[in-house]
Design a protein around this ligand. Structure first.
Ligand SMILES: Cc1cc2nc3c(=O)[nH]c(=O)nc-3n(C[C@H](O)[C@H](O)[C@H](O)COP(=O)(O)OP(=O)(O)OC[C@H]3O[C@@H](n4cnc5c(N)ncnc54)[C@H](O)[C@@H]3O)c2cc1C
Length: 195
């Protein structure tokens, strides 16, 4: 399986990371921890009654760490460039190469513009329903692809959509990540309430 570099560790970036790492793609995330989630309290995240944004993030970070994501906190990405066989990402601690890149930098579109991703007339990054940009194998997710219709659950959905498209390309057929109660039983054994 190929590898993916994800820029941004908010709901969009970490959601993408969760799905790629869980399904065997080597996944690295760079994040400067300026996510808006630190300012938010969620009452509108489906399935969760009420959660502080930083607590949500802490749980999501633990979740991706459990699936083996290589998470670089406090690491800023300064450039993303296309190469013959993928992408090079420049950070303040060196250069990294990958087959795929997922941009998840909130409303900041500078890296997408630097990579020559097409923008819409409104100046947002132009993506299709899989979140792929005009640059093949480069995805844009979350706040950067919407003109202020910003919600955590939408960003998380964008990240998942990008990841599934990467997995579809890698596996050569349409992919979805479905688990069933038996999977939880196998993982947690007697901790699962079967009543
Ligand atoms: C006051 C406030 C209250 C809110 N309340 C709610 C709410 O109740 N419900 C709700 O659904 N949403 C709420 N939101 C919106 C929600 O926080 C956003 O929709 C969500 O955080 C967007 O997720 P994202 O992953 O797209 O971007 P972000 O969460 O902004 O994450 C982007 C991440 O990328 C990192 N980054 C950026 N550039 C770089 C770079 N060059 N290199 C490395 N890392 C980089 C940033 O540091 C950041 O951690 C609120 C927002 C605010 C400001």
């Amino acid at each position: 399986m190929a590898d993916v570099l994800i820029v941004g560790g908010g709901p969009a970036g970490l959601s993408a990371a969760l799905f790629t790492a869980k399904n065997g793609v080597e996944t690295t995330v760079f994040d400067t921890d300026e996510t808006w989630m630190h300012k938010a309290h969620l009452f509108n995240y489906p399935g969760i009654g009420s959660i502080d944004g930083s607590n949500y993030l802490e749980t999501l970070r633990d979740q991706v760490d459990d699936f083996g994501v290589d998470r670089h906190q406090e690491t800023e990405v300064t450039a993303v460039e296309s190469t013959d066989d993928g992408f090079t990402v420049t950070t303040d601690d060196g250069e990294y190469a990958s087959s795929y890149v997922v941009l998840a930098t909130g409303a900041n579109r500078d890296l997408a513009a630097g990579l020559d991703c097409a923008l819409t007339d409104e100046g947002i990054v132009d993506v299709d329903v899989t979140m792929e940009t005009s640059v093949e194998n480069a995805y844009a997710t979350g706040a950067m692809v919407r003109a202020e219709e910003w919600q955590a659950v939408i960003s998380a959905g964008d990240g998942a959509a990008a990841a599934l498209n990467i997995l579809t390309k890698e596996k050569g057929e349409h992919f979805h990540d479905f688990d069933v109660p038996g999977d939880a039983e196998e993982l947690f054994g007697s901790l699962v309430d079967s009543s």
